[in-house]
Ligand binder design. Sequence first.
Ligand SMILES: Nc1nc2c(ncn2[C@@H]2O[C@H](COP(=O)(O)OP(=O)(O)O)[C@@H](O)[C@H]2O)c(=O)[nH]1
Ligand SMILES: Nc1ncnc2c1ncn2[C@@H]1O[C@H](COP(=O)(O)OP(=O)(O)O)[C@@H](O)[C@H]1O
Length: 204
Amino acid sequence: MAKQGLLIVLSGPSGVGKGTVKSAMVKQRAFSFEYSVSMTTRKPRPGEEDGKDYFFVSEERFQEAIKNNELLEYNEYVGHHYGTPLAPVKKLLDEGKDVLLEIDVNGARQVRKLMPDGVFIFLTPPDLHELKDRIVNRGTDSAAVIAKRMQQARKEILMMEDYDYAVVNDTVANAVDHIKSIVEAEHVRVPRVINDYRNMVKED
Ligand SMILES: Nc1nc2c(ncn2[C@@H]2O[C@H](COP(=O)(O)OP(=O)(O)O)[C@@H](O)[C@H]2O)c(=O)[nH]1
Ligand SMILES: Nc1ncnc2c1ncn2[C@@H]1O[C@H](COP(=O)(O)OP(=O)(O)O)[C@@H](O)[C@H]1O
């Protein structure tokens, strides 16, 4: 049986650059991983594709997914539901592939209980002014939504205490490098590799 893949959970306040860092990791093939596409009831932003960025669904479909236990975790964030479809994550991990979840802190807390072997990474802004500038410059949210996201961000940043690593997204290249180092280190943690050595030293 293939060794289980590593579950990588990436969180951070809105606008810190999670989407940007994730895309850069895919583009540069920084390391090999599969991205778990979440289900959401929020409307697509310009340029977002159904099935690639999110599965954009109705509230009814989301409620059905909850009822049928299709979601590993889910949460409400600024008026919309977001959740991780369980089946694809499980299948990919069983195939030995690393899977990246980009989810909020409440979701990550639920995942930590169910899958404690994952690595939990929190992406932080260099400071709060920079965070606000990034959300404003992205140009996808109204002033009212930006204010709510900033309020949420202040609370969320301190929830990094539930995570294993804090990575500063000062430049995208630095953030990608740090995440890559963390994933490489996780791959050689003794609990993950000791079985290989048990086999090595077995007498034949
Ligand atoms: N719990 C949970 N949170 C999610 C999921 N997908 C996305 N999120 C989080 O929901 C929040 C809002 O996401 P989004 O509307 O795309 O805004 P953005 O993060 O500012 O680009 C972010 O904190 C995401 O990390 C999911 O499947 N589950
Ligand atoms: N390291 C960075 N330096 C400057 N701007 C960044 C950086 N990372 C992301 N951004 C910009 O910040 C905005 C928010 O990034 P995004 O990836 O949408 O964040 P999130 O997915 O965390 O909400 C985007 O306009 C993006 O281009």
